[in-house]
Design a protein around this ligand. Sequence first.
Ligand code: GLN
Length: 192
Amino acid sequence: MKTAGVLALQGDFEAHAAALKKVGLKVSFVRSADGLREVDGLVLPGGESTTMLKLLAHDGMMAPLRAFAETKPVFGTCAGVILLAREVSHPVQESLGVLDVSVERNAYGRQNESRIVALTPEEPYRQRTGADRIEAVFIRAPILRRTGPGVTVLARYQDTPVLVEQGNILAATFHPELTASTDVHALFAAKL
Ligand code: GLN
């Protein structure tokens, strides 16, 4: 059985753990560079990217995490996408730079403008999951302002990419861990 790590410094890592177990993975919470050695892939959860960055820097995890994300399966949701992005704005902040996207933080408005919407995913997603609908929860979500040529869009909301893939990296600006469906986590599990 493969082991999925979940970065557990801050944010909604417990919800990811539950979803990953449902798709048949063993789960290990990662709180140090050493923890990365024991997992086959890693989820970077939603939460507050600024706080996560501070904790990652404090724990000496930026370089090991970047090296991991360059080759191993990783799945970022919301704040996790902000950590993975090549470029972050509103405001500008440091990131791992491994996913070729430009992301603007908090672009869908404030907390009380958070929303749940039904998306019709793109064909590659439908083929791989057998699902033709995604229930997407957006919570102070970032928006992908640019996606590089190596990035495949799996779902859009209001014409903007919200679920993308680049090789070993899967990234959702919404929160698939907060809905009953495990389709997106199954997509990640297939990468391990
Ligand atoms: N607004 C948060 C940030 O900028 C992300 C929100 C989330 O992960 N739900 O880091």
